[in-house]
Design a protein around this ligand. Structure first.
Ligand code: HEM
Length: 229
């Protein structure tokens, strides 16, 4: 059974988000620890002439930060106006959530066959992880623009988000939180890629191509098909 799962808007958002996070993580690591200036072969002294300065790398980080913010707003808007793209939440209060969580954990541990039991568009593990990932991205935006505002006291970002730096206990602590959550997002992204490849290999259900063409294949009707209607 071929089911249309991902809208064009969601697919575009996914790849823009992927690229911006990659750029933000790369430039962010350099900001936190400027271990080299430019590609191998260019020493710090000469990097200035090549324009490969900390100022340049920070500019790229902030530009990608604005793109991340714009794409996050876009994701919220399509989540509100398109039923297919609305945010799924873990239904902790239902028995189905816990039995599905147990089932998917056994499958991920390879203790149960993937073809056994129910099928889901988003299983209990995905329903729990995705909202947390959105929250982590929002946290990076809020702390990022909070720190960004420090360079222009009284300006737009410092007026809007200056309190964030204060609430986290100061500039140093905000940097550290921004750095820890960056790693959390990257670890989550690596696990995400593992689970996508695993799904594709075990079930051959079009998991990888679905984020390009929108379609996934199912053997039975997914238990949460109502999410798409
Ligand atoms: C998932 C998204 C993001 C990742 C993975 C990321 C990663 C990082 C990392 C690893 C650092 C170095 C932290 C440190 O050691 O001080 C950093 C610094 C910073 N980031 Fe981000 N960041 C993200 C989003 C943003 C956004 C949206 C903004 C908004 C403009 C932003 C603004 C900043 C600022 C202002 C700094 C400090 C720069 C400095 O002190 O020179 N970041 N980021």
């Amino acid at each position: 059974m071929r089911i249309y799962v991902f809208s064009p808007g969601l697919r575009i958002w996914h790849w823009v988000n992927f690229l911006t996070i990659l750029v933000l993580f790369g430039t962010g690591l350099y900001i936190g620890n400027p271990f080299f200036s430019g590609p191998p072969g260019i020493e710090a002294t000469h990097a200035y002439g090549e324009g490969l300065t900390m100022g340049f790398i920070r500019k790229i980080h902030f530009l990608a930060g604005y793109i991340l913010l714009a794409s996050f707003i876009f994701r919220v808007i399509i989540g509100i106006f398109s039923k297919r793209d609305r945010m799924v939440l873990p239904r902790f209060w239902t028995r189905d959530y816990w039995s599905s969580l147990k089932e998917i954990t056994l499958k991920y541990l390879l203790l149960k066959k993937d073809s056994d039991g129910r099928e889901y568009i988003r299983n209990a593990c995905a329903r729990t992880a995705y909202p947390l990932i959105y929250l982590a991205i929002l946290f990076m935006i809020v702390t990022g623009f909070g720190m960004y505002g420090l360079s222009n006291p009284g300006g737009f970002w410092s007026s809007l988000l200056g309190w964030v730096v204060w609430a986290l206990g100061g500039e140093f602590q905000t940097h550290m939180w921004h750095r820890w959550v960056a790693w959390l997002i990257i670890v989550a992204a690596i696990l995400h890629v593992y689970f996508v490849i695993r799904e594709e290999i075990i079930r051959r259900n079009g998991e990888i191509s679905s984020m390009i063409n929108g379609y996934k294949y199912f053997e039975k009707e997914p238990a949460d098909i109502g999410d798409l209607k």
